[in-house]
Design a protein around this ligand. Structure first.
Ligand code: 76R
Length: 260
């Protein structure tokens, strides 16, 4: 198939499989075949695949694949969905920048209010450094390079649309103020939790996919728990199913799920 690329954002597939033990026993080449399919997807150096052994019986194997070409991601999906793997769930989304990131004016106001910086030359110098940092941050949200943390948690979520708690009927400034509180909680986990928020409105059953990566599984629980008290989550969040897994290189993950 011809490449299919979004004008903005990379494609993201979260794929979940169970392993049929009898089919796996009868097919000793299955692990190598799956590794070859993953290698073919990532061979261009741009598309990335994370594999994880799922904890609990929602699935055995989880695969997070992302990159610019949706056709390439579908090719991987098709190669994996064959015995001894059986697809149990999937989620489709696109990476996205944030609608609510701070603007130059926000940062100018913050410099004045929080740091007392008002001298025009100093403001400009501080803004230049800040713009550079924000450009990197945005680039990493839209075109992420996933690190190999030891654990992963994935769940889809939406913003509520009920009565007075209708996120989509709030004015932009109010939503932005809410999200600033959310980001403050999130930044407390800098270095401990890496989050990837991908958009799925119009693409799958929920509005966002939340992927959390951390070496310490307790950090996954703590960040989600703390977020529950933040007003954005407390008032507006609706959640789908949660899946947790142990991330490793493909060969190790496949061995862990009985596909060496
Ligand atoms: O501009 C930015 O990217 C920083 C501010 C920010 C936005 C706009 C941010 C920061 N997030 C944003 C958007 Mn988030 N995030 C979640 C969850 O379980 C729950 O209750 C919520 C699941 C977590 C754990 C989390 C973590 N975030 C979003 C959106 C889109 C909303 C929209 O557009 O309306 C969702 C659905 C969402 C959900 N968030 C952060 C984090 C963390 C750790 C940060 C700080 C990142 C950093 O500063 O490095």
């Amino acid at each position: 198939m011809e490449p299919v690329e979004a004008s903005s954002g990379w494609g993201v597939l979260h794929l979940f499989y169970s392993v049929d033990p009898a089919a796996a026993a009868a097919d000793p080449g299955a692990g190598a075949r799956i590794r070859a399919a993953i290698d073919a997807c990532t061979a261009d150096g741009t598309h990335q695949v994370l594999t994880f052994a799922v904890l609990g019986h929602k699935a055995d194997l989880g695969v997070l694949a992302l990159g610019p070409d949706l056709a390439r991601l579908q090719t991987l999906q098709r190669a994996l969905a064959a015995p001894p793997l059986r697809a149990t769930w999937s989620y489709v989304s696109l990476t996205e920048g944030s609608e609510y990131t701070s603007t130059d004016d926000d940062e100018r106001a913050r410099l004045a209010a929080e740091e007392g910086v008002t001298d025009p030359a100093e403001v400009e110098q501080r803004l230049a450094v800040w713009r550079d940092r924000m450009a990197h941050y945005r680039e990493n949200r839209v075109h992420p390079r996933l690190p190999l943390k030891r654990t992963i948690c994935f769940y889809p979520m939406s913003k509520r649309r009920v009565g007075d708690d209708n996120w989509y009927s709030l004015p932009f400034a109010e939503r932005k103020a809410f999200m600033a509180g959310h980001a403050r909680v999130g930044r407390g986990y800098a270095g401990r939790v890496l989050q990837l928020i991908t958009g799925s409105t119009g693409l799958d059953d929920w509005e966002w996919g939340v992927t959390l990566l951390a070496d310490d599984p307790a950090a996954l629980k703590e960040i989600v728990y703390e977020m529950r008290f933040d007003e954005v989550s407390a008032r507006f969040a609706e959640f789908g199913p949660f899946v947790t897994g142990l991330v490793a290189e493909p060969a190790e993950t496949l061995a862990a799920v009985g596909l060496s």
